[in-house]
Design a protein around this ligand. Structure first.
Ligand code: 5GP
Ligand code: ZN
Length: 110
């Protein structure tokens, strides 16, 4: 997906410092952080949203990758968010996990 911004990030077409990367996924800081720590985990392969995800192994990997990234930066308390669909707040239609932390997070989210 040439026009997809996260495909371009994953493919190094938009220079982005990865916190962690492997064959299947990359993680990097959100450009507009909503918490002192806010990074994204994305699959290298284009998947538009969780609704289009058909690979449980990949989904498990993304979850573990979020944990590994948090561990790498010493983040022990955090929240994972997967906005799915416009009404949830999804603006980029390439599956991504938000990982937020570094402050006390309110519940329920808005
Ligand atoms: P969504 O609203 O789709 O769940 O989240 C998309 C996230 O991607 C937003 O938090 C937004 O700040 C982030 N984002 C959008 N474009 C870029 C970019 O070019 N670089 C980075 N690092 N983050 C981006
Ligand atoms: Zn994409």
């Amino acid at each position: 997906m040439e026009s997809c911004i996260f495909c371009q990030i994953a493919g190094n077409e938009i220079p982005t410092a990865f916190i962690l990367e492997d064959d299947l996924a990359v993680s990097f800081k959100d450009i507009e952080p909503r918490a002192p720590v806010h990074f994204l985990v994305i699959p290298r392969r284009h998947v538009a949203s969780l609704n289009e995800a058909r690979d449980p192994a990949l989904l498990g990997h993304l979850l573990d990758f979020a944990r590994q990234t948090a561990e790498k930066i010493g983040l022990e308390q955090y929240r994972l968010v997967i906005n799915t669909g416009r009404d949830s707040g999804q603006a980029v239609f390439h599956l991504h996990l938000h990982v937020l932390g570094g402050r006390k997070l309110g519940w329920p989210p808005g």
